[in-house]
Design a protein around this ligand. Structure first.
Ligand code: TRP
Length: 351
């Protein structure tokens, strides 16, 4: 049995580099599980942080499974308003970005009963103290400024059910989410020890792309209202970027600490152009913020023109989008039912 104690970030990094090479060499041995909460349209931070990586893995031949985590939406809010629209919007974002529903599976929590049933035995394998210690739960509880719901407290266990119901062995995560993968490993290990070998231990694949700043220099995030949604029109992108406040210095330079606004614009344009922000800053040194904004607008609009065209086309056929999700739900349910049958049999509860 492997040691379940939380590995240092350095260790996780080294391990991820090895894993990354192994995935390229033996892509057929890996199943990746990732997901998003359906809380609104995906933005550039999602694209460069995770979406592009999912498509890359899929195109390498890895089995990619993506959960639309609709039950996670109600961990910290009281309403399911816009849920349907957000769920279908995510499917559109995924397909437009290049996820191919023939090779990859897109499904949602609420239509996968076997996944949700795994939550029960899994909850028995963790202590209340462990749940309270989870850094993500702590951070989210603090940010929510409201009493901790039972679902928020236990959502990492539900996330373990996402991963383990389809026996995924790789979970791409940013460093903030390493504790979730650790908990999934702990749950898998404890289950296997108690009832017999059912689950492979999932491994974290650390995403190394630096965090993309939003238009105000903070991390790009829907909740900060500093994001550029992928699906925005070219004109709306231009407008959004034009009204972004910058500083009063005349020249362009890259200095994220002293000049967060200008530097964020340089970061966004650079990632779209595939160059470094320093090189871009040097090219623009003698220009002002106005020229930089024009360049960011062009870079974003050009980079995402094919994506946006595909998304518009896909949106014309809502029935096809519904079918993609229905087929994904069915596939995920079949996998989760197989796993659940093994769980019940291992527990002697297969009457
Ligand atoms: N928690 C992730 C988010 O906030 C979404 C998610 C749900 C997820 N289940 C997952 C990510 C399983 C990785 C693995 O976006």
């Amino acid at each position: 049995m492997t040691n379940s104690s939380s590995p240092s970030l350095e260790h996780a990094r080294r391990h991820s580099q090895q894993l990354s090479r192994a995935v390229v060499e033996h892509s057929g041995n890996y199943r990746v599980l990732t997901g998003d909460r359906p809380t609104g349209p995906l933005h550039l931070g999602h694209y460069f942080g995770s979406l592009a990586e999912r498509v890359r893995l899929q195109d390498l031949g890895v089995d990619v499974v993506v959960v639309i985590a609709d039950y996670q939406v109600i961990t910290d809010r009281d309403s399911t308003a816009n849920m349907r629209e957000n769920v279908y919007g995510l499917v559109l974002d995924y397909l437009a970005a290049g996820l191919d529903p023939v090779h990859s599976t897109i499904f949602c929590h609420s239509n996968t009963p076997a996944l949700n049933q795994l939550m029960l035995p899994f909850l028995s394998l963790v202590s209340e103290a462990e749940l309270h210690r989870n850094p993500t739960v702590k951070a989210e509880a603090a940010a929510a400024k409201r009493p901790l719901s039972g679902l928020l407290l236990s959502y990492p266990v539900h996330q373990a059910a996402d991963i383990l119901c389809c026996k995924a062995n790789v979970v791409p995560v940013g460093k903030d989410n390493l504790p979730h993968v650790e908990l999934s490993r702990t749950i898998a290990r404890r289950f296997n020890e108690r009832y017999g070998e059912v689950f492979p231990l999932p491994q974290a694949l650390l995403t190394e792309t630096p965090e993309l700043p939003g238009l105000d220099g903070r991390k790009m995030s829907k909740s900060y209202q500093n994001s550029i949604p992928l699906r925005l029109s070219a004109a709306a992108t231009a407008q959004l970027i034009r009204k972004t406040p910058t500083d009063s210095q005349r020249r362009i330079s890259y200095d994220p600490v002293a000049r967060p606004g200008i530097s964020a614009l340089l970061d966004i344009a650079a990632v779209c152009l595939g160059i470094t922000p320093q090189v871009l800053a040097a090219q623009l040194a003698n220009y002002g913020a106005g020229r930089l904004k024009e360049l960011v607008t062009e870079a974003v609009n050009e980079r995402f023109a094919p994506y946006r065209a595909r998304r518009r086309l896909l949106a014309e056929d809502p029935e096809a989008i519904r079918r993609v999700l229905a087929e994904g739900n069915q596939r995920a349910n079949e996998q989760a039912e197989t796993t659940l049958a093994q769980v019940r049999s291992a527990m002697g509860m297969d009457y």
